[in-house]
Design a protein around this ligand. Structure first.
Ligand code: GDP
Ligand code: MG
Length: 238
């Protein structure tokens, strides 16, 4: 057996193990009535700032918490903790994405029945997180006006695994001559019909639409018939 063949086999096994844990997490989240939302983007796109503003806005109506992944430091967890909600950092070391097992371990000791929304900020990377299901109900992929309109064309896989695209830093759009039409077309060509939000977490643009989308998705995700369907699907798969 060649080295290449063995590497592929190991990777397949890891992905399969991740899917099993992700399926368990999804069912557990459903049973506890917690809606789980993950954010993924390149480093510096604005995940943490958007999350901080989101936590501040939602905590008036919902019980919210967050997990945040980075290779090193607790910086983002400290920033998010300013919203006065439970936050935990996952330091991945050399790993360029979060895995379902890391999420499972990070939740140890938290009573998920007491949380309405759990947010997960993934490690800044548009490649590796694409193939790792975290059991989330909603995956948001972000790209900022300073990164170029063709990000979706360059990284189609992550856009294909996400449920909503968020264009961030809209307050800078004019100064960097961002072509919004081209950016929207990039998303549309990779993932026709995908909802696209235009947001500036700094100035507040688009925050209302984002918060409304979260509430609507939470209701849909946790409807009893969805729960039933998910349990049934697990039984069939299991
Ligand atoms: N002008 C502007 N800057 C932003 C916005 N969102 C984030 N930033 C800045 O971009 C930098 C990276 O943001 P951060 O939230 O840490 O990105 P992350 O690496 O994706 O978590 C920080 O300096 C933020 O203040 C925005 O909407 N507008
Ligand atoms: Mg961050």
């Amino acid at each position: 057996m060649s080295i290449t063949t063995r590497l592929v086999e190991v990777r397949t096994k890891i992905l399969k193990a991740n899917d099993v844990t992700a399926r368990w997490l999804r069912q557990h989240f459903q049973e506890c009535g917690v809606c789980v939302v993950s954010l993924v983007s390149s480093p510096g796109t604005g995940k943490t700032l958007l999350l901080e503003q989101t936590l501040r806005a939602l905590r008036e109506r919902y019980r919210v918490a967050a997990l945040v992944g980075d290779l090193a430091t607790e910086n983002d967890a400290r920033r998010l903790a300013r919203a006065n909600v439970p936050v935990r950092q996952i330091a991945t070391g050399t790993v360029c994405h979060l895995e379902a097992e890391m999420v499972r371990q990070a939740l140890d000791g938290w009573n998920l029945h007491e949380i309405d929304f759990l947010f997960i900020e993934n490690v800044g990377n548009l490649v590796c997180p694409a193939t790792y299901d975290l059991g989330e109900h909603l995956r948001a992929v972000l790209f900022s006006v300073t990164e170029g309109e063709d990000k979706p064309l360059k990284y189609p896989t992550i856009f294909n695994t996400a449920d909503v695209a968020i264009i961030t830093k809209m307050d800078l759009a004019e100064v960097v001559e961002f072509d919004l039409t081209a950016a929207r077309q990039s998303v549309e060509s990779v993932r026709p019909g995908m909802p696209i939000l235009e947001v500036s977490a700094k100035r507040g643009d688009g925050m209302q639409q984002w918060l409304e989308l979260l509430s609507t998705r939470r209701q849909a995700a946790l409807r009893p018939d969805t729960e039933q369907a998910s349990v049934q699907q697990s039984a069939e798969l299991g």
